[in-house]
Design a protein around this ligand. Sequence first.
Ligand code: ADP
Length: 575
Amino acid sequence: MTIKTKLYLGLGLLFTLIIIVATMSVFYINALKKDTKNILVANYNTLEYSRDMFISLDQLQQGLLTFESFEESLKKQKTNVTEPGEHEITESIAREIKLLKQEPQSTALTLLIRQEITQLMRINMNAIERKSTIANKTAESAILRISITATICLIVALVLLVNLPGNIANPIRKLTESIKEIANQNYKERVRFESSTEFDQLAKSFNTMAEKLEEYSESKMEKIIKGKKRIEALINNMQDPVIGLDEDKVVLFVNDEALKITGLKADKIIGHQIQEVALNNDLIRDLIREHNATSVEKKLNKTLKIYADSKESYFEKEIIDISITPTGESDLQFIGQVIMLKNITLFKELDVAKTNFIATVSHEFKTPLSSIQMSTVLLKNDKIGKLNEEQVHLIDSITDDSNRLLKITGELLNMTQLESGNMQITMTSNDPVKIIKAALDVIQIQAEQKNIKIETIFSANLPEVQADFEKTVWVFTNILSNAIRYSYENSTISISLQSNESEVLFSIQDYGQGILEQYQTKIFNRYFRVPGTKKEGTGLGLAISKEFIATQEGSITVKSELGSGSTFTVSLKKI
Ligand code: ADP
């Protein structure tokens, strides 16, 4: 039976019973009303008239009243004859009252009339008693029947109350629980209802859906497993060591390369906390130490030197945080990290070879270049022989080129020293003005050639700075030389020296072409030159300067605007 039919039947039955109870109540109340009315109209009124007749008779005898009052009551009684024998008595009273009119003093007649009125009253009293019994019976039967119907009604209502909500709510609850199971990816969940209601249809549709989901999830699972295997194979075949961690730092996967360099067996690391593994493994401990570092420190790619497979290898470590946005959510959720060690041994070897090569070549260039320069000086000397104008011009050009070559070899040598870590720094106390003057001496001729005026603004009582004199002079020579090269002819370069609480600030301002903002940090990178720069150069000068200044715990910055010029500021610690 369907829920709808159940509801119709239950509520319909209840409704019918209520109507029956109501109809019965109305019927019995009407019956009782009729009974009472019957007594009132038929008998009670006769009693009233009889009593009036008695009173009229008494007053007649006392000569207080005429016959009219008696006859009026008798007339009313005539119209209210209801009981058997009542008519005869009433007629008899009428006859006798006529006789009494003729003989008003007749006591025998009066007595007879009294007796007849009394009889009339008795007949009606008996009728009232009889009818009252009937009314009582009607009332008792009404109470009984209404009670029975009301009890049936109550039982039906109770049965409905107990069964109907459960009948509707239980399947819904069962269905809700099953839907929750499906939401929790338990696609094996099915629903079954005992009775065949429309919930059966719902259960069938639900089960079909669950079946399809199960099928889909199984095929999806197969795909996921395949995908996982593919990624595992890929990670295992990678040349670089890879370690994957979950959000609690438990190792999820380690590829063969990582096992090789750590010397660990897979079962000794996979599924274990990385900190736990680090207790017995130096390399993992190294990784963990970095792993706990701040995000800024993490970004600094540190080169690790690892001895594995009977050789020294170099690795660059990268830690990648893995975050996902779970389905239906909007916030990113951190789910773990991947530690990648990029094998840079080959690059390192090539880099060392390149550094060695450049160092050797620049060193080898230095001696012949110096002797070329010496020869040009000698050639220009009149004692050796007078040169014509064209020869002087050629010699000047040779001097310029050898100077440029010497500058380049000098920069390359400095670079190789920095790269190989062979840089020798001798820190002494130095007068900042002396440093600037030494650099000015070197670029004097270069400035004169472009007719550039150099202004100096030095604050009084400048403190001495801690610096390597040679290297710092080299830095300012490079910055000043750049300022001249990238300035227009006949312009000015301003050098200012100021001090604050802890350092001396050297500012070199030119009014040349300036540098676009996007290149202002890049110009300190090795071999970087602003695209489109027409002047000759290696792109090494500022990179070397930055490293020289950094090793002296100072800093170098630039402020520039395209078309207006640039200001390079070097700060060195004061003594
Ligand atoms: P180089 O001058 O040998 O190219 P540097 O490292 O000294 O190498 O300079 C890098 C680049 O920065 C230059 O190529 C040039 O484009 C830019 N640069 C440096 N100084 C200035 C300056 N004062 N004005 C404009 N551009 C400059």
